[in-house]
Structures are given as structure tokens and as C-alpha cells.
Design a protein around this ligand. Structure first.
Ligand code: ATP
Length: 209
């Protein structure tokens, strides 16, 4: 059922819903009105209803949303009901920052392995994460059954590294490089282009100045 065609925009909002539900749960709130929910996540109620409806759900008229029920539901959908190990490739300045940033604190994602070509950090532990040689990428991904990788290598290395990761079984790549990667249809690439984001933001700020 949850495998039905869910728009990408919806899937991007799911973690926002999930985070707010966790906040409510931590505050021992068991029920939330749809208008309060909408206000808190800054998404209009109709969109939320539509998003939820893709998963055959939820909320009763005049009652609002049952926090625990929704939380259990989203936990499953977002695979937050078990720990997901991911790998990071390229432990430069940016890669380091992501290793330091503890995904684990508010999600069940953990960077379990990192890879680089720099001899001085290979076989060391950085921010609690073991750093392996790129020579071991394919075998380690397979051995540790890691199928999601974060790419923080220089642009010129991106496609090669991407190919290797796929050879190791990667099915999802969070791409922080500006390169538009070529990949087989069964591999999902999610691009995070911070320069782009910033330029868009600046455009809007200046336009409405
Ligand atoms: P630094 O100052 O540590 O070099 P940086 O973020 O400015 O950081 P980049 O040149 O962007 O450096 O490289 C990011 C990281 O990717 C570096 O640690 C680099 O050693 C690593 N790297 C470069 N080429 C590859 C590759 N082919 N495979 C894996 N890692 C690589």
C-alpha cells in the first residue's frame, strides 16, 4: 500500500511530520488538532490530509490526529523502527562536519563507516566512525550490507566513486557534489546542492527587498 505512487514532494514532507510528532510525543501530547498540526509544520491542512491519504490514513473529523498512532505509522514508513547504517565517502572538511553531526540523535540513521584515499586518516577513527581505504569500499559496503551512501568527495572524483559505491550495492546516494551523477534506474540519487539553495534564498531575499 505504501509502495503506491507517492509524489516526491510528499516524501520530502514526511520527515517534517515525523519530527513534529516526536516533539508532541515527548510532551506527552496524545492528540492534536489538524489546524495546530498544520500551523506547527507550516504546511496547509489540505496538503497534509492529501499526504496522509496516500498511506490510506488517518485522522478523524472533529477529533484531529492520534499522535501515537501516527508516530508508529511514520516510524515504519520512514524505516525509523530500526537502525539504518549508512556510509560516508570523502572525509574532507564537509565530510568531517557530517561525521560530527550526529544524525543518530533525532533519527535512526547512523554513519557506520567512512572512506577516503588520504593515507593519514585511513584506519583511524574520526568522530567515532572508522575510516577505511577506498580500496575496501566495495567489500565493506557488501560486508556491512550498507546500501545508502553520502558523497562528499571532490567533483572530479564523484562519478567514479559513485560507480564503485553502486558496485558495492549502493541503492541510494546522497550527493553533496555539484555533479549530476549517471546511475542505473534502480539507484536513487538525491542531490543536495548547498550553493544552489543559498543562491535561491538570496534571489528571494533580494527580489522582495
Ligand atoms: P580537505 O581540506 O581535507 O582536503 P576538502 O573538503 O576541501 O577537505 P576535497 O578536495 O573536497 O577536500 O575532498 C574531500 C575529501 O574527499 C578529502 O578528504 C579527499 O581526500 C577525499 N577524496 C578525494 N578523492 C577521493 C576519491 N577518489 N575517493 C574517496 N575520497 C576522495
Amino acid at each position: 500500500m505504501a509502495k503506491a505512487k507517492v509524489p516526491r514532494a510528499t516524501t520530502k514532507r514526511l520527515p517534517i511530520y515525523y519530527r513534529y510528532l516526536n516533539i508532541l510525543h515527548d510532551q506527552n501530547v496524545s492528540r492534536v488538532s489538524s489546524s495546530k498540526f498544520a500551523k506547527a509544520v507550516q504546511i496547509d491542512p489540505a496538503t497534509i490530509r492529501r499526504d496522509f491519504s496516500y498511506f490510506g490514513a488517518l485522522g478523524k473529523r472533529g477529533y484531529g490526529y492520534d499522535v501515537n498512532q501516527l508516530l508508529r505509522f511514520f516510524k515504519k514508513i520512514l524505516h525509523q523502527d530500526h537502525l539504518v547504517n549508512v556510509a560516508l565517502i570523502g572525509v574532507g572538511n564537509f565530510g568531517h562536519a557530517l561525521l560530527n553531526f550526529n544524525f543518530h540523535q533525532d533519527s535512526n540513521v547512523r554513519i557506520a563507516a567512512a572512506f577516503d584515499i588520504k593515507p593519514d586518516i585511513i584506519n583511524t577513527v574520526q568522530s567515532d566512525v572508522p575510516v577505511y581505504s577506498m580500496k575496501d569500499l566495495v567489500s565493506q559496503l557488501r560486508e556491512q550490507q550498507i546500501d545508502v551512501v553520502i558523497l562528499t568527495v571532490p567533483a572530479k572524483a564523484a562519478q567514479n566513486v559513485c560507480n564503485l559505491a553502486i558496485k558495492g550495492g549502493a541503492k541510494g546516494i546522497l550527493n553533496f557534489t555539484p555533479v549530476r551523477l549517471a546511475s542505473p534506474a534502480n539507484v536513487r540519487i538525491q542531490n543536495v546542492d548547498l550553493t544552489n539553495e543559498l543562491q535561491t534564498l538570496i534571489y528571494f531575499v533580494k527580489r522582495y527587498d
